[in-house]
Design a protein around this ligand. Structure first.
Ligand code: GDG
Length: 491
C-alpha cells in the first residue's frame, strides 16, 4: 500500500490505554518494576520490543495510562534513574470514586458485558456514565498539555471511547487512531445502551481519523450502528462525516510469532516441559489458560469435558486436563461469583470421576511465568479455547506459534475473533456440550500428519501477519487516512 507520508514523519507515538503496562511495587527498600498481563498490554509491548522490525521510527514512544501505584512510588522510581524499557511512561491518577464508576462501573459492568453479548450482566447507572466522561476528560486534558505537532495519538480500547472526540476538540489537527480490542456487537445489542450513551460513544470514536477492529463483522456492526443511530452512511470503509471522512477497517491483532516459536528450545521451557511429561506418566494432556472472566467460557468448557468423560469411560485414567485461571477484576461481584461456580463444578467433576490414582481436572488459580506458559503450550496434546465471545484471543495464536514440533490440536470457539483466521482448528460452538465432547475425541485421535498439516498452515498465517505487521498496518492506514482527509479539504 503506498504511503502518503514518509514513515519517519512521526515525532512521538503516544499509546493511550486505561492501564499502564507496568506496575511498581515496594520490595524491602527498593521499588521493583513488574510487567502487567492481559491481551492489550502483551500485544503492544511485544510490538514495542520488536520495533527494530517496524517501518516506523518515532523519536520517542510514550505510554499514557492510569497508574496502579502511588505518586510517591513513581517519584522514588524516577529518582533511581532506572528505565521503563523501550518506551516512556506518563502515569495518570484518577480520584478513587471516579475510577470506580469509570473502571468497575461503566467500562466493566456496562460496555464489557454488553459488547460480549451478556446484556443481563449490564448495569445502566447514570453516575457511572458521569464517571466515564470525567475519566476520559482527565486523559484528554493531560494529552492536550503533552501534544506537539507531528505526534501520533493511538487510543486503545473500550475504556476510552469518548477520548478521540475530546482530543479532536483540543488538538484539531492531530493524527488520532482508535483501536477496539473487544467485539463491536450487532446493532440490536448495541442499541440497548441508553440513547445519550450510545450516541456519545459513537461520536467519541468518530473523533479519530482511523478506527480499527479485529474482524470484518465488527466493522460492519459499527457501520450499521453509526448509520442507524447517527444517520451517517459509510462508503468504501469511510464514514462520511462532512470534510473529515473517518476510515474504519479491520486489523486482526497478532503476537510476536518468533518469540513464541523459539521458546520451544529455551532451557527453562524444556525443563518445565520435561517435568510436566514426567508427572503425566504417558497420559494425554488437555490445557487451557484464561483470565477469570465469564466471557471466556470456563463453565461451558468444564461441562464439555464432563460430557466427554461421561461418554468415554475408555479414557478414564488416561487423560488430564490442566485448567489455569488467572485472577482478574476481583472487585466486581459477577467475577467473584463466577470463581465460586467454577470451583464448585471442578469439585463436582473430580468427585464424580476421580480415583485414588487419577484426578481428571487439575485447577490452578494463579498466573504462570512465560516459561511455564510455553511449557504447557508445548507439552499439551490439545488446547481448549472456548470463549462465549472474544474480540480476538491471543492465547490461541500463541499456542499455535509455540508448536515448533508441529504437533497438538487447537479446539477453538467459533465466536472468538481468532476463528476467522484459524480455520484449521476444530471450531466448536461453546454452548454445545455434545459438540465439544466430540471435538475432544476427534482431537485425541487425530493422526500426527494431519496435526502437522493444520498447524503449519496456521503458523504461516500468524508468522506473516505478526504483531509488528499489525501495528505497522494500522499506522500506515492512519497516515493514509489523514492524507486523504487533507486532500479532501483542499478540494
Ligand atoms: C483482550 C481481548 C484480545 C494469560 N495468562 C497468563 C498470561 N496470559 C497472557 C496470554 C495472552 C494474554 O495474557 C491474554 O490475551 P487474550 O487475547 O487471550 O485475552 P484478553 O486479556 O481478554 O485480551 C482479547 C486482546 O485484548 C488483544 O486485543 O485478543 O479478545 O479480550 O497474551 O499469554 N501470560 C503469562 N502467564 C499467564 O498466566 N505469562
Amino acid at each position: 500500500m503506498p504511503m502518503n507520508l514518509p514513515p519517519n514523519s512521526m515525532k512521538r507515538l503516544f499509546i493511550i490505554s486505561n492501564r499502564l503496562p507496568i506496575q511498581l511495587v515496594r520490595q524491602e527498600s527498593t521499588v521493583q518494576l513488574l510487567e502487567s498481563a492481559g491481551g492489550l498490554a502483551t500485544a503492544l509491548k511485544s510490538y514495542l520490543q520488536a520495533q527494530d522490525r517496524s517501518s516506523f521510527e518515532p523519536d520517542e514512544v510514550v505510554w499514557v495510562g492510569n497508574a496502579d501505584f502511588s505518586r510517591e512510588l513513581w517519584e522514588e522510581f524516577q529518582q533511581s534513574k532506572r528505565s521503563t524499557g523501550t518506551f516512556k511512561i506518563e502515569p495518570l491518577w484518577l480520584d478513587d470514586d471516579v475510577n470506580d464508576g469509570f473502571y468497575n462501573g461503566l467500562s466493566n459492568s456496562t460496555i464489557w458485558p454488553l459488547f460480549h453479548y451478556f446484556p443481563s450482566f449490564a448495569e445502566f447507572k447514570e453516575p457511572n456514565w458521569q464517571a466515564y466522561q470525567q475519566a476520559n476528560t482527565v486523559f484528554a486534558d493531560r494529552l492536550a498539555e503533552l501534544y506537539q505537532p507531528d505526534d501520533v495519538l493511538w487510543v486503545q480500547d473500550y475504556h476510552l471511547m469518548l477520548l478521540p472526540a475530546m482530543l479532536r476538540e483540543r488538538c484539531p489537527e492531530a493524527t488520532i487512531g482508535f483501536f477496539l480490542h473487544i467485539p463491536f456487537p450487532s446493532f440490536e445489542v448495541y442499541r440497548m445502551l441508553p440513547n445519550r450513551w450510545r450516541e456519545g460513544l459513537l461520536q467519541g470514536m468518530l473523533g479519530a481519523d482511523l478506527i480499527g477492529f479485529h474482524t470484518n463483522d465488527y466493522v460492519q456492526h459499527f457501520e450499521k450502528s453509526v448509520q442507524r443511530l447517527l444517520g451517517i452512511e459509510s462508503k468504501l470503509r469511510f464514514v462520511q462525516i462532512p470534510n473529515r471522512p473517518v476510515r474504519v477497517d479491520l486489523f486482526p491483532i497478532s503476537i510476536d510469532y518468533e518469540r513464541f516459536n523459539s521458546s520451544y528450545r529455551l532451557p527453562g521451557v524444556m525443563a518445565e516441559r520435561e517435568a510436566i511429561h514426567q508427572q503425566l506418566q504417558g497420559n494425554k494432556l488437555l490445557f487451557s489458560v484464561d483470565r477469570l472472566d465469564y466471557t471466556k467460557g470456563v463453565l461451558n468448557r468444564l461441562q464439555g469435558y464432563e460430557k466427554f468423560l461421561e461418554n468415554h469411560p475408555e479414557w478414564h485414567g488416561k487423560i488430564n486436563f490442566v485448567m489455569v485461571v488467572v485472577p482478574s477484576r476481583s472487585e466486581i461481584t459477577s467475577y467473584g461469583e463466577r470463581k465460586q461456580m467454577i470451583e464448585e463444578n471442578i469439585g463436582r467433576i473430580n468427585g464424580r470421576f476421580a480415583t485414588v490414582s487419577w484426578q481428571p481436572l487439575v485447577y490452578q488459580y494463579r498466573s504462570l511465568s512465560f516459561e511455564q506458559l510455553c511449557a504447557y503450550y508445548t507439552a499439551c496434546d490439545v488446547a481448549l479455547i472456548t470463549p462465549i465471545r472474544d474480540g480476538m484471543n491471543l492465547v490461541a495464536k500463541e499456542f499455535i506459534a509455540s508448536r515448533q514440533d508441529e504437533q497438538g490440536v487447537l479446539i477453538l470457539s467459533e465466536v472468538a475473533g481468532a476463528a476467522a483466521e484459524l480455520g484449521e482448528a476444530l471450531l466448536i460452538n461453546p454452548t454445545d456440550r455434545v459438540g465439544m465432547a466430540l471435538a475432544i475425541e476427534e482431537a485425541l485421535s487425530m493422526p500426527v500428519k494431519t496435526q502437522a498439516e493444520r498447524i503449519k498452515r496456521m503458523q504461516t498465517r500468524i508468522r506473516e501477519y505478526d504483531v509488528v505487521q499489525w501495528a505497522d498496518d494500522f499506522l500506515t492506514q492512519l497516515f493514509n487516512a489523514k492524507a486523504q482527509q487533507n486532500q479532501w479539504e483542499v478540494r
